[in-house]
Ligand binder design. Structure first.
Ligand SMILES: *[C@@H]1O[C@H](CO)[C@@H](O)[C@H](O)[C@H]1NC(C)=O
Ligand SMILES: *[C@@H]1O[C@H](CO)[C@@H](O)[C@H](O)[C@H]1NC(C)=O
Ligand SMILES: *[C@@H]1O[C@H](CO)[C@@H](O)[C@H](O)[C@H]1NC(C)=O
Ligand SMILES: *[C@@H]1O[C@H](CO)[C@@H](O)[C@H](O)[C@H]1NC(C)=O
Length: 407
């Protein structure tokens, strides 16, 4: 009894003393990082089916905050991680918009004029690659974490117009490839009208209900909600409900946070000029021909002028299986970042053999790499020399326009 009360008093006094000592050890306030995990609305999938859910509203932390990370993966109804050889996460991405607060209180009143999309700072045209976060099958092994004291600033009351609030939409495309005759063909959305066995979805019209042309070999235009990829004879598999589980971490905004801006660059961007202004035309995806007798990887390259520059804080690439690497160069040829793939070697979710399970991220010492205003960057995405459709080569960079005092 005596012993117990002594221990209790001792631990109580430790509890009382500890916060004080650790407080006085730090000159700067410690960032309190909040983390919350959400689960999206579920969607039912069966073997061979595609779920291409356009834009569902999602929950998001509120207030004037700095986002430090946003990670996502597919889970079943029990919350188990689903391996890519069962349900392939083609992509997910999160888009910001602002909405008239009065309208959003009454969902029946929502008109499209009351939703105003707010794209990232990247140069792609119009509504192409407008998102802040988004990856695909590589999601589990690609970190979105932003080092201190940098963060993506949201909910700044001076920047959100009066009467509006910031909200988020999620777009997901997943393909259930259990029992598929050709898993690669399904994940690449192959729909070649000239080679019907390779039209894995048996489609003749695209997502906009226009007839497919014979030179379109596959890609996003064929992968429509609820079309069916060919299954092996007699394959039986159960239907199940799938959701995207996403984890967001953030800090409350303060004078210690330094904002970064998000740019998404596309290696298919066809840049032209109308005199003073660059015109961008991002294709988002492309088809890679196989060159017979060559060992060299396919290189897709774009020269992309940046209106505004900044210090490079974070960089990574969104690519598909078959990627060799992707590199972003400065105008003088210096390498800003190379992102390299990690392929799985096992069975468990996040390490599926033969699947792309992660892309490396560059974290240059803040201040060491500066992109100048008006500098033209060169993006090269490299894939193995093998025929593939729906290939992507996107590069995500976060730029800070100023550095914290300590650097
Ligand atoms: C929001 O919508 C209401 C109702 O239509 C309107 O009265 C108000 O002016 C709108 N607010 C803004 C900031 O546009
Ligand atoms: C392919 O589509 C056509 C018409 O859309 C249909 O008649 C045919 O049965 C389909 N084939 C398969 C294997 O589903
Ligand atoms: C999926 O969820 C819906 C809604 O909760 C439910 O009606 C349906 O039966 C579920 N499907 C399966 C295969 O569990
Ligand atoms: C990227 O791939 C190319 C082509 O295979 C290779 O020459 C280069 O060394 C790679 N870069 C890095 C950093 O891995």
């Amino acid at each position: 009894m005596n012993f117990i009360s002594k221990t209790m008093i001792l631990s109580l006094s430790i509890l009382l003393i500890l916060p004080r000592t650790s407080y006085s050890l730090y000159q700067k306030p410690i960032n309190h990082i909040n983390t919350i995990t959400f689960i999206s609305k579920s969607f039912e999938m069966g073997p061979g089916s595609i779920a291409a859910r356009t834009f569902m509203n999602i929950e998001f932390p509120k207030g004037h905050i700095g986002i430090k990370s946003f990670d996502a993966e597919l889970v079943d109804q029990e919350g188990n991680s689903i391996p890519s050889y069962e349900t392939y996460l083609h992509h997910w991405f999160a888009i910001k918009y602002i909405e008239n607060f009065t309208m959003s209180c009454n969902p029946k009143l929502v008109h499209s004029e009351d939703l105003i999309f707010q794209r990232n700072e990247g140069p792609c045209n119009g509504f192409i690659l407008p998102h802040y976060w988004g990856f695909g099958v590589e999601s589990r092994g690609t970190t979105s974490n932003i080092p201190d004291p940098f963060a993506i600033e949201l909910g700044n009351p001076l920047k959100v117009p009066n009467g509006y609030e910031e909200k988020w939409l999620l777009n997901i495309m997943a393909i259930d490839i259990r029992g598929a005759q050709d898993k690669k063909g399904c994940t690449q959305c192959r729909c070649d009208l000239l080679s019907l066995p390779k039209n894995f979805y048996n489609v003749t019209r695209d997502i906009h209900n226009q007839p497919l042309t014979t030179n379109y070999k596959g890609g996003l235009f064929c992968c429509q909600d609820n079309v069916q990829c060919k299954l092996s004879e007699g394959f039986q598999g159960s239907r199940r409900n799938i959701s995207l589980r996403y984890k967001i971490s953030w800090v409350d905004w303060s004078e210690y946070q330094v904002p970064v801006k998000v740019y998404i660059l596309d290696s298919t961007d066809k840049v032209s000029s109308n005199g003073s202004k660059a015109i961008h035309d991002c294709q988002v995806e492309y088809t890679i021909p196989k060159i017979f007798g060559s060992d060299f990887p396919n290189v897709q390259k774009a020269n992309i002028p940046m209106e505004k520059g900044g210090y490079l804080i974070y960089a990574t690439a969104h690519m598909h299986s078959g990627v060799v690497n992707a590199t972003l160069y400065g105008q003088d040829g210096r390498t800003l970042c190379t992102s390299t793939p990690k392929y799985g070697t096992g069975k468990e979710a996040g390490n599926e053999k033969g699947y792309l399970v992660g892309m490396s991220v560059c974290y240059p010492q803040p201040g060491s790499i500066k992109i100048n205003d008006g500098e033209t960057l060169t993006l090269e995405s490299r894939y193995e020399n093998e025929f593939r459709t729906g290939a992507m080569g996107h590069f995500y960079i976060y730029l800070a326009e100023k550095l914290p005092q300590i650097y």
